[in-house]
Design a protein around this ligand. Sequence first.
Ligand code: F2R
Ligand code: MG
Ligand code: MG
Length: 367
Amino acid sequence: MRAVLMATLSRFRGSLVGAVLGDCIGAIYECEGNVKLKDVLKTVKDIETKYKNLKDGKELELLPFTDDTAMARSVAASLIAKKGFDVKDMAKRFTDEFHNEPNRGYGGSVGAVFVALRNDNLEDVFEPARKQFDGQGSFGNGGAMRIAPAALGCMKDGFEKLKTVTVATTQVTHSHPQAIQGAVLQSSAVDLALREDQSKEFDRERFLDKLIERMKPMEEEELEKSKKDEKVACSPKRKAKRVSDTVKMPYCHKLEKIKEFLQKDVSVSEIEEELGNDISALGSVPAAVYSFLKAYKEIPGIETDSAFERTIIYAISLGGDTDTIATMAAAMAGAYYGYEAIPESWQAPCEGVEDAKKFAQGLLELQ
Ligand code: F2R
Ligand code: MG
Ligand code: MG
């Protein structure tokens, strides 16, 4: 029994500490344009060298966490303090955290939600998010980037509960269906990674099938809704559709694409084109899933035996929203490989690692 508990603790810690590292290291490259793999490799080498020097008495330069971790900490802290899900407490923690430290690199529009939440008396915590972007809601990846702790907190409850918690946690700031679905994809990927049997060969195609099984009903439901909306609303005010909207069930489409990509060599530009690497949920969560699954095997040019390390290096090398893609991919990788797979030298400079370990313990105690 104790061994099972310790193994679960390792995977909980792995997920939350992994997410912190993905954010802190990934943030070095966020929105930097084209990222070169050799530069990412140099960055991690430098981190390792500085750690060695630390042991020789030199100081370590801190890699600060960004909004991804700031918000994930609130998700974890709320679930632990309330011994379960309480949306008002969650919204209050997001709002207080933002006002305490607004300079953590938050998305361009989400601040307006926190200002409204602070001014209102939080009766309807979802209302400010619903008003964003002329009522369309934000399709940003801010819901997905912070959701890993929910997968840990809901592990004993199963997918339906996880989905309910994920949807409501996301809707505090993001009401666009793609933002909500992206968060469900991310929490599902962490949940499934926690449950994978590490002693067997990882069947990545089966993992993707399980994700598709969870995403398909959500996307079908949304498709039905949009068909009805199209019949009633031909208003010229309706916004032009994004390119990704031309595919009917874009998340399932991208998950199928990942299966194809895992079978061959694919260039970064092809991944950017097909899966995305931007600030939207649809343009980043699939790239994170792909990074985690691809890094299970060796990747040419990334010479490390550690699949966890490969995950972060590869995710950042995709460029674009690097902190967020890396934090999401590493939350999955840490959940699968466990805490012991995460090098001490990578943890040392990253802000928030010790807290992440405490949150993992607290979330385990909810099980
Ligand atoms: N903000 C950033 N990165 C910018 C550079 C930061 C820099 N390194 C620094 O130091 O300052 N990163 C963080 O933001 C992403 C999460 O964003 P979130 O929480 O989803 O925010 P928001 O404001 O809701 O959405 C982000 C932007 O997406 C566009 N957008 C969203 N919905 C839209 C819609 N319906 N129509 C049109 N545009 C929409 C807007 O431009 C939003 O501002 C993470 O990457 C995190 O790391
Ligand atoms: Mg960030
Ligand atoms: Mg980001």
